[in-house]
Each structure stands twice: as C-alpha cells, then as structure tokens.
Design a protein around this ligand. Structure first.
Ligand SMILES: NC(=O)c1ccc[n+]([C@@H]2O[C@H](COP(=O)([O-])OP(=O)(O)OC[C@H]3O[C@@H](n4cnc5c(N)ncnc54)[C@H](OP(=O)(O)O)[C@@H]3O)[C@@H](O)[C@H]2O)c1
Length: 242
C-alpha cells in the first residue's frame, strides 16, 4: 500500500518507457500512459516480465475526455498520484523549411501536444498530486527550449531551429516557472528536464545518448526529496540557462 504511484504520458516507447522501467526498479508502481492502449499493454507486458509493477493506462494528451477518464481511473484505484511525468511529445517541424515558413498547422499541432496537452494533463491530475505526501511533476522539456542558447551563436544548438518544437519547449519552461510559484510552500514540486539528445524515434539515429542514460534526469527529478528544487530547468543534475 505504501508504494509510490507514478504516471508517465507517452510511456509506450522511448524515454517514457525507460523512465517507467527505472522508476519501477525503485519499487514504484508505474502507470504506463499510451494514447494507443494496445501499445501500452505491450510495453507493460515487457516491464512486468522484468518484475516491475506496471499497468497500462489510456491517455491522449490532446483529448480532454481521455485525460479526465484516466484521472478518474487513478482516483478510483489509488486515491492519489505521487509522480506525474509529462513526457508525451512530438517534433513535427519540416527541417528543410525556414522558421518563417513552418506552416501554422505544424505550430498548432505541436503546441496541442507539447504545451496545451501538458497543461491540461497537469491541471487534471493536480488535485490527485496534492493528496500525495510529496507530489512531483516533471515536464519533459529540451535544451532546444533554451532562449539563451538559441540567441548565442557559440552555442551547440544555435543552428537547430526546429521552430515550433523549440518554442513549444520554451513555453513548457515558462509554464513550469509559473506553476512552481503557485506550488511553493506545498507538498508538490514541478521541474523541467532536458534528457539529453537521446536515440529514440524522436531523437533520431544521430543522437548521442542511449535511452538508459536519457531517462536519468527525469527519474532523478521525479524522486527528489523535500530539499530538491522547484521551478528548475535541469540536465544531469545541473541547471540549464533559460
Ligand atoms: N529524444 C531526444 O533526443 C529528446 C531530447 C529532448 C527532449 N525530448 C523530449 O522527451 C520526450 C520523449 O521523447 P522521446 O524521444 O522518447 O520520443 P518518442 O520515442 O517519439 O516517444 C514519444 C511518446 O509520446 C507519445 N505521444 C505523442 N503524442 C501523444 C499524445 N497526443 N498523447 C499521448 N502520447 C503521445 C508517443 O506515442 P505514440 O507511440 O502513440 O506515437 C510516444 O509514446 C518528448 O517530450 C521529447 O520532446 C527528447
């Protein structure tokens, strides 16, 4: 009964699945969020085979009804939530187009998942996180959300202008700071994580990091203690410039 309960959106593959694995290895019950329940069940089968207490949960972060149903299910089953990892994300920019030429449709679809989906999921689950002794929210951001680094011609990301994705992650960072203000002095903390450039479908084959390492920043922020940060933007334990 005392096991912590974690929900990870988009956990059927990639960094989300690996964070589920690593949290499960810490004896946390993991709710494997997937917009396609069949994929969620498949991932859970793998995790359970490794001795992890994983359960599938259908959640499409662009659909309010789906988020609310998931929250009702979690409330009925557990009465609270200890960890929410807003991991679901998309990178839809056509890299061959200039910033000014990304279609508005791309901006809208990107923001629907990466930003508005994250906000609606957070708002819907916050009452359950407040019922935890130590609620933790981790927003999967990216170094590509750093406005400081995007403005610096000497930075390694300077030339990577996937505009709608990058700006959606800057918005995630800004939201994290706003929400952290509201949560200070409560049992709930919220932080933004940059996982690294990780070999996943989204990160691509050129990525430098294995998924095992890419999951570590998110897992660390999901399990911080009372003395941990609130409203920070972190990669491997160190703050990134906003
Ligand atoms: N990989 C990197 O190098 C990197 C770097 C910085 C930040 N990140 C961030 O890390 C997070 C995870 O990325 P990843 O590399 O693991 O990507 P990934 O392998 O492409 O996985 C993305 C996950 O998000 C899910 N998803 C997409 N839209 C969704 C929606 N509307 N509702 C629910 N789930 C949805 C996908 O589900 P389906 O399987 O159904 O598509 C999938 O499970 C993202 O937020 C990403 O921006 C990644």
């Amino acid at each position: 009964m005392n096991r912590k309960i974690a929900l990870i959106t988009g956990a059927n593959k990639g960094i989300g699945l690996e964070m589920a694995r690593q949290l499960g290895q810490e004896n946390i019950t993991v709710l494997v969020g997937a917009r396609d329940l069949a994929k969620g069940k498949e991932a859970v089968k793998t995790l359970r085979g490794e001795g992890i207490d994983a359960r599938p949960i259908e959640i499409d972060v662009t659909k309010g009804e789906s988020i609310r149903k998931a929250a009702k299910d979690v409330e009925r089953e557990f009465g609270r939530l200890d960890i929410l990892i807003n991991n679901a994300g998309v990178l839809l920019d056509d890299q061959k187009r200039k910033v000014s030429e990304q279609p508005l449709e791309t901006w809208r679809r990107t923001f629907d998942t990466n930003f508005f989906g994250l906000i609606e999921t957070t708002q819907t689950f916050l009452p359950l996180l407040k019922k935890s002794d130590a609620g933790r929210i981790v927003n999967l951001s990216s170094i590509l959300g750093s406005i400081t680094l995007h403005s610096d011609p000497g930075s390694p990301i300077y030339d990577f202008k996937a505009a709608s994705y990058n700006v959606s992650k800057s918005a995630v960072n800004a939201y994290t700071v706003q929400l952290a203000y509201e949560l200070k002095g409560t049992n709930v903390k919220v932080n933004a994580a940059h996982p690294g450039w990780v070999k996943t479908d989204l990160g691509g084959e050129g990525a430098q990091m294995e998924v095992t390492d890419g999951a570590k920043t998110g897992v660390a922020l999901a399990t911080i203690g009372e003395d941990g940060p609130n409203g920070a933007y972190i990669h491997e334990g160190k703050p990134l410039p906003w």
